[in-house]
Design a protein around this ligand. Structure first.
Ligand SMILES: Cc1cc2nc3c(=O)[nH]c(=O)nc-3n(C[C@H](O)[C@H](O)[C@H](O)COP(=O)(O)OP(=O)(O)OC[C@H]3O[C@@H](n4cnc5c(N)ncnc54)[C@H](O)[C@@H]3O)c2cc1C
Length: 441
């Protein structure tokens, strides 16, 4: 038997787990697994808020691909086109010309990107919160703003530096907002020049509720907790513009802010537009519950598989037509089913449909604070926060990562977390270029 070539596009939650399982299940004579991702690591996104808040070292919130996927071939690059008809993907390596990679099966799982809107000033002034780079940038930015405010003699500059705006009240936005505010409040102990009530943390949410993943009473509890912390929660409000950092809201209010974070949802990765595979109206690959891509009339597209944020997968635990939501919870479980199904198909066996009843959500609202609703059980405050940490540490791939994360938490418990801005990281060559004269001939 000639080994089947399996091309995994994207080594995120789905890609990493799928590749790992396939490489363990299938013998070298059955298949070779090639993994393409521009990043050398999988990012465990649920830990981004804690990495931004300094409770976890940034490198411990990621899983190195070459360390975990030793039996796979890793290609550092981006897939820019998929011609499934020809069974060929075009890969743009991180250096050099692009090349075509033929395959027998493709696992197309590039995830999602921030879903943005054409709002004036957004592109120039806001940052997303989906990548490790964005999370660490935001951490440094928030801490840097405390230095700006503590140093300036201009009241307007001080107010602007201390205004932090988050747009979007899903779990990513709420966790990012709550963790950042908690960290900044903690940092204020070292800033005698600043008072906590001078900070203006704003949440802008277009609908009338936050955390749609949990019941309305848990969303309302979260709002109450944030209001107690003096956060400015604007429900039923939209961002209209933020040109030059002047935030204009649909409720008529307007103020200046140096920090604007966009966390208003995700959409399927745009690379899917450059494939000949069937997609739904939201740009997601249409899939069957077996995680095989499916065309019109539920016709299976042989050799094409998908799951996670970029796939429309039926949720068999709900009413017909319901789809699995974009979450790590579904992504990692779908990855296991996908790998088992792909291995089964290669061995001439039948694939099994994916079925998982969404267990609920856990969200951290800063140190020792949280909200959780799992299998109908509702937890608030410290127990919820503890559940959040235990759940995610059990989910991040590999014991190596788990041990590192627990050590980070323990160190922060006894030594307090570090609250220093390392903004220099974002322009590392500046000091060198300043002292190196240009060569003129
Ligand atoms: C801040 C934050 C907090 C979250 N917290 C939770 C939580 O508490 N619970 C929960 O269930 N979910 C949570 N999520 C959602 C969860 O992380 C996602 O649903 C999950 O990551 C989806 O997995 P995926 O494999 O589809 O995509 P991803 O994990 O995003 O992986 C996609 C991969 O594809 C790669 N890629 C992209 N384009 C290409 C290309 N052209 N070629 C090759 N590779 C490519 C990317 O580099 C990436 O590695 C959170 C998300 C965020 C942003």
């Amino acid at each position: 038997m000639t080994p089947q070539r399996i091309l995994v596009v994207g080594a995120g939650h789905v890609g990493l787990y799928t590749a790992l399982r396939l490489s363990r299940k299938l013998k070298a004579r059955e298949a070779e697994v090639i993994v393409v991702d521009p990043q050398p690591h999988m990012t465990y996104q649920p830990f981004l808020p804690e990495a931004a808040a300094g409770s976890i070292a940034p490198r411990h919130a990621v899983v190195p691909l070459r360390r975990e996927l030793r039996r796979c071939t890793i290609l550092a690059g981006e897939v820019t086109r998929v011609e499934h008809e020809r069974r060929v993907a075009t890969v743009q390596p991180i250096v050099g010309p692009s090349r075509e990679v033929p395959y027998d099966h493709i696992v197309l799982v590039p995830g999602s990107v921030s879903r943005t809107l054409p709002i004036p000033g957004l592109r120039e002034n806001a940052v997303g919160f989906k990548t490790l780079g964005e999370a660490i940038y935001l951490r440094n930015k928030v801490l840097e703003q405390l230095d700006v405010a503590a140093t300036t003699t201009d009241p307007a500059t001080r107010a602007r530096a201390l205004t932090f705006v988050f747009i979007g009240g899903g779990y990513a936005g709420i966790e990012a907002l709550a963790e950042m505010e908690d960290m900044a409040r903690d940092a204020l102990r070292y800033y005698p020049e600043l008072r906590a009530d001078e900070m203006h943390w704003v949440l802008v949410e277009a609908t009338q509720r936050i955390l749609p993943e949990v019941d309305p009473d848990m969303g309302a509890y979260t709002v109450q907790q944030l209001l107690k912390r003096n956060l400015d929660i604007r429900l039923g409000t939209r961002l209209e513009s933020c040109v030059d950092g002047v935030v204009r809201l649909s409720d008529g209010d307007s103020f200046a802010a140096d920090t604007i974070v966009w966390t208003a949802g995700v959409k399927a990765h745009p690379v899917l537009e450059r494939t000949d595979l069937p997609r739904d109206g939201k740009g997601r690959l249409t899939c069957m519950a077996t995680l095989q891509v499916t065309g019109p009339g539920e016709r299976t597209v042989e050799g094409a598989w998908s799951a996670g944020d970029c796939a429309a997968v039926p949720d068999l635990t709900k009413e017909p037509g319901a789809l699995c939501g974009p979450s790590a919870q579904h992504a990692v479980r779908q990855a296991v089913r996908l790998a088992d199904n792909l291995a089964a198909v290669i061995r001439g066996q039948a694939p099994i449909p994916y079925r998982h009843k969404y267990a609920g959500s856990v969200a951290s609202l800063g140190l020792h604070k949280g909200v959780a609703q799992v299998y109908g059980i509702k937890l608030r405050g410290l127990p919820a926060w503890f559940m959040h940490r235990s759940y995610h540490v059990s989910r991040i791939p590999s014991w190596n990562r788990r041990i590192r994360v627990v050590i980070d938490w323990t160190l922060a418990l006894f030594l307090r977390r570090e609250v220093v801005a390392l903004g220099e990281l974002h322009s590392p060559r500046q000091s060198f270029t300043e002292v190196t004269p240009p060569v003129t001939r």
